[in-house]
Design a protein around this ligand. Sequence first.
Ligand code: HEC
Ligand code: HEC
Ligand code: HEC
Ligand code: HEC
Ligand code: HEC
Length: 234
Amino acid sequence: MAPDNHAHDPGNRPGTGSEKRFVFPKWTNRLREASAVAALGGVVYLVVLVAGVFSPQNSAIGYAPEQPVPYSHALHAGELGIDCRYCHVTVETSARANVPPTATCMNCHKTIRTTSPKLELVRKSAETGEPIHWVRVHDLPDFVYFNHAGHVQSGVGCVSCHGRVDRMEVVEQVEPLTMGWCLDCHRDPDPNLRPRDKVTVMDWEPEGDAAALGAQLRTERNISPSVDCATCHR
Ligand code: HEC
Ligand code: HEC
Ligand code: HEC
Ligand code: HEC
Ligand code: HEC
């Protein structure tokens, strides 16, 4: 007679049959339910991720939308040498780097170029309180978590991800912002590490061996960027 392997054979249930095989304890039922829920969650999550790939908001290298005011980083951050943090004040402390409110512009423009037609909208905004609607340039899909403070505090300079903003009349995306791009640096951050007080200096170059300095800074600050999915997808 062939051995009876039928899983639902009542003879296999504890207490009912003489023939005792391995039986999972009762509490594992809850475990199984939990893993089913987790698996379902995973499927939904993947669908959301994949849907994100086809969303039109993924912008690319070279994207440089026209802005409502012809504000120039080449003039303000380049020629005039205003530090990035004068306007992007939250970049070292928050996930998001803010775009400055009109009041920041008016610190200077209530006395400088007060009749310039290029500043018409800025003056109007200051008068009415209606913010200027700057057009977003860099925009990761919503299913990706990014944090400025974490990078800037570790000594990754703006230039590593945004390029020579101090030479841009109009801000342009210069890096792909793809997952592969993030991971390339997370796997080997050394060439992109610099002293913390140089994070906004666009033309900073290490004196001597860049790789050695990077390795030294990484050890000193105990930096090891994670490549776990949950770091960027939470
Ligand atoms: C005087 C204020 C000011 C200074 C100084 C300044 N910025 Fe900006 N920045 C702005 C404004 C206003 C915008 C939004 C309009 C635009 O994109 O040009 C902006 C936009 C940006 C963006 C694009 C944001 C997006 O939508 O993706 C980046 C990146 C950026 N700045 C980086 C820098 C860096 C790096 C520096 C220093 C080298 C700097 N900025 C200095 C005012 C400033
Ligand atoms: C720290 C001072 C300062 C701040 C802050 C500042 N600017 Fe300026 N801005 C200047 C100076 C100086 C000039 C050049 C004036 C000249 O060419 O004689 C200028 C020129 C300009 C011009 C060109 C005007 C023209 O007629 O050619 C625009 C547009 C402008 N700024 C927009 C802005 C905006 C928008 C902000 C806020 C995001 C801002 N500025 C913040 C100092 C400042
Ligand atoms: C490690 C890469 C990296 C570094 C370093 C970095 N940025 Fe960004 N920046 C990004 C990414 C990615 C985005 C888009 C974020 C998003 O869509 O959520 C962004 C967006 C921005 C924005 C638009 C507002 C926002 O937070 O989405 C501004 C302004 C900006 N960066 C300024 C700066 C300045 C100034 C520095 C240096 C002090 C800097 N960034 C350093 C990668 C970086
Ligand atoms: C040029 C190098 C570089 C690039 C590009 C880069 N990172 Fe990072 N990232 C780092 C470093 C360095 C750290 C700090 C790790 C540490 O402190 O151990 C970090 C840390 C992080 C952290 C954890 C820190 C926190 O604040 O939560 C997240 C999340 C993160 N990166 C997301 C991203 C994403 C998303 C991208 C791409 C859009 C990206 N990074 C691109 C270098 C980089
Ligand atoms: C350092 C940050 C980072 C880490 C770690 C990371 N991702 Fe991503 N991931 C991204 C970014 C940024 C995008 C968006 C890319 C785009 O818009 O082109 C993305 C996109 C995706 C997508 C959409 C398809 C695609 O390739 O664009 C999937 C699926 C995905 N990630 C899965 C994962 C899995 C699974 C892991 C772990 C093995 C992981 N990610 C680890 C940053 C990260």
